[in-house]
Design a protein around this ligand. Structure first.
Ligand SMILES: *[C@@H]1O[C@H](CO)[C@@H](O)[C@H](O)[C@H]1NC(C)=O
Length: 394
């Protein structure tokens, strides 16, 4: 008898837990679907010139790779869903939102412009901003430039004219630093762009597959000093592979002062100033898009990896394989083939991404791949040779 009562008690506890669980799951998914719809209808409203593909009624399943990269299951949304915010979205001031890139050195310029050109191609309404050393604007005696410098000036003109990039010369991060050294410049300079409310940075080189998730992030997030992509799924530190910041003079000065105490890498500087998990992008926001993916992870792809789904669900792929000098370099076929992912679909995706980068580098910069030893050589193709044209006014 007593045993029977206990069992029915257990049953009712079990039953009510099930009901609570079911309601939680239903609530989560209805919230998620609603948010997706809102985001998609807002995108449609913002960009009347470019009809989006059909709104997704159901969230796209994340690419099957390994558990580590599975879609994080939602916590409370960090996106303000109030009606006011919705209406504000329709009259959003896109001139205060932007994508930012930084070139500290001639060799970084093309990849930086390529990302902004991708943003342009995807018709993002946000601004495109490029930071580069002010010393590049200096006139030389008789207007003679070396090969690097003439390519650089050509690329800056192309960025501004063809892709609507706003050119922002920057100073070295510490006073009296050698302005020709890449290490004299810091990502911290992005905090000086106080004309902008929120800016997103993607670490190059890489291929942008879809800007819409980043546009949504820019549009519907609260402004925070730092919202970075986590360095690892356990969310214990920030990375610089992608971040969104709210530029402010206060933070700019703070970072500059820390940097003045001694040389340090940008990642260390930013980690020192912006602890995790407070300075990370919320898990909810991360769930709207597979924002950053590193090409080397394609080698961990497991059976069932679907290239189509991967492309649909991924925003940006950074081309980073530790054995390679970078996607800008041509390396012998055998060496490259040794790195190919074993999974067939993942291998095609990997090869495609590197090939897409090669083609886009030619389209955007008019530059061929470099041979590692010959990286100092001038580009094989130089499309726009008019030396007389000035770098556009900034
Ligand atoms: C990948 O997913 C797409 C869309 O769901 C499907 O049409 C396609 O058949 C899948 N490909 C493979 C190889 O499973």
């Amino acid at each position: 008898m007593g045993k029977l009562l206990l069992t029915s008690g257990q049953v009712s506890v079990l039953l009510s837990s099930c009901i609570v669980l079911i309601f939680t799951v239903v609530l989560f998914f209805s919230g998620y679907v609603l948010q997706q719809r809102t985001v998609h209808s807002l995108q449609a409203a913002i960009r009347p010139t470019r009809p989006k593909p059909l709104p997704v009624a159901e969230p796209i399943a994340p690419p099957t790779l390994d558990v580590k990269w599975a879609r994080p299951v939602g916590s409370r949304p960090n996106v303000d869903e109030s009606v006011e915010q919705y209406l504000a979205g329709e009259t959003m001031d896109w001139s205060r939102l932007g994508y930012v890139q930084m070139a500290r050195d001639h060799s970084e310029l093309c990849s930086a412009i390529m990302i902004l050109a991708d943003v342009h191609k995807m018709k993002s309404p946000a601004r495109k901003i490029l930071l580069f050393p002010r010393s590049w604007l200096k006139k030389t005696e008789g207007d003679e430039y070396d090969a690097d410098m003439s390519t650089t000036r050509r690329l800056l003109r192309t960025a501004a004219r063809r892709y609507g990039v706003s050119l922002n010369p920057m100073e070295t991060i510490t006073k009296d630093a050698d302005e020709s050294l890449p290490s004299s410049y810091s990502l911290a300079s992005m905090y000086s762009l106080t004309d902008y409310e929120r800016i997103v940075y993607l670490q190059g080189p890489g291929v942008l597959l879809d800007a819409s998730a980043l546009d949504s992030l820019l549009a519907f997030s609260k402004s925070e000093p730092m919202a970075a992509f986590p360095a690892s799924p356990d969310r214990t530190s920030i990375s610089t592979s992608m971040f969104m910041i709210h530029p402010s003079t206060e933070h700019f000065h703070q970072l500059r002062d820390i940097r003045a105490t001694g040389p340090m890498a940008d990642l260390d500087l930013l980690r020192q100033s912006f602890p995790a998990p407070e300075s990370l992008i919320s898990e909810w926001s991360l769930s709207i898009g597979n924002f950053v993916y590193e090409s080397q992870n394609l080698r961990n792809a497991v059976d069932g990896f679907n290239a189509t789904l991967f492309e649909k669900a991924t925003t940006y792929v950074r081309l980073s394989d530790p054995e390679l000098p970078g996607p800008e370099f041509d390396i012998p076929y055998d060496e490259r083939a040794a790195l190919h992912p074993e999974n067939e679909e993942a291998r095609e995706t990997w090869k495609n991404l590197y090939e897409r980068f090669r083609q886009r580098r030619m389209e955007v910069c008019g530059l061929d791949l470099m041979y590692q030893a010959e990286s100092e050589l001038p580009p094989a193709v130089d499309v726009d040779q008019d030396q007389s044209a000035e770098v556009p006014e900034v």
